[in-house]
Design a protein around this ligand. Structure first.
Ligand code: AMP
Length: 187
């Protein structure tokens, strides 16, 4: 398993697990949310384009996001694999990723779906808000991001399910336990 993505609602622990799994497997973790946040911090044009959407908990327009992912996947460190975190998030992005990988003569091996119930997610995100101070971790925006996940991103899992590459992992429990579950699901 070398070309993977991790998907799940906000607060399920995708980012934390993506970093741990990518280190174990020796492939880069690519988080679209992290790339956006780095660009906002660095005051780049991309950051300026994305900021208002992120602060509102909405998806950044596909034209912006797709271009960013295309450029990132063209870098040489992804030649032997990658773990995408936070992309694709809607059906159009699935199509775009298919096109990008076809051009690179690559295929996705697995989609890791991390689950957790909604109350748990809201509690975790509110906890993170205090620690990290993310501008999109206020209660209203958190609820909106969960709605966006249900409305747009849940369908992404269905699309990959039809291809038979989804592996579902329970995201509840300690960070270590969840990592072990993911590694077991991948082996
Ligand atoms: P995350 O760190 O994955 O929770 O992403 C934080 C925010 O970045 C999201 O709420 C979106 O506003 C934006 N974002 C991240 N990935 C994408 C994507 N694939 N498509 C559109 N917006 C995204």
């Amino acid at each position: 398993m070398t070309r993977m993505l991790i998907i799940g609602p906000p607060g399920a622990g995708k980012g934390t697990q993506a970093v741990r799994i990518s280190e174990k497997l020796g492939v880069p973790a690519i988080s679209t949310g992290d790339i956006f946040r780095a660009n906002i911090k660095g005051r780049t044009a991309l950051g300026q384009e994305a900021k208002s959407y992120i602060d509102a908990g909405d998806l950044v327009p596909d034209s912006v996001t797709n271009r960013m992912v295309r450029d990132r996947l063209a870098e040489t460190d992804t030649a032997d694999g990658f773990l995408l975190d936070g992309y694709p998030r809607n059906a159009a992005q699935v199509e775009e990723l298919d096109a990008i990988l076809a051009e690179l003569d690559q295929e996705l091996d697995a989609v890791l779906k991390l689950t957790a119930d909604r109350d748990e997610l809201v509690q975790r995100l509110l906890g993170r808000a205090q620690k990290e101070g993310r501008t999109d971790d206020t209660e209203d925006v958190i609820r909106h991001r969960l709605d966006v996940y249900d409305a747009e991103t849940a369908a992404v899992v269905d699309l990959y399910d039809r291809r038979g590459i989804v592996r579902e992992v329970d995201g509840l429990g300690s960070v270590e336990d969840v990592t072990a579950r993911i590694l077991a699901a991948l082996s």
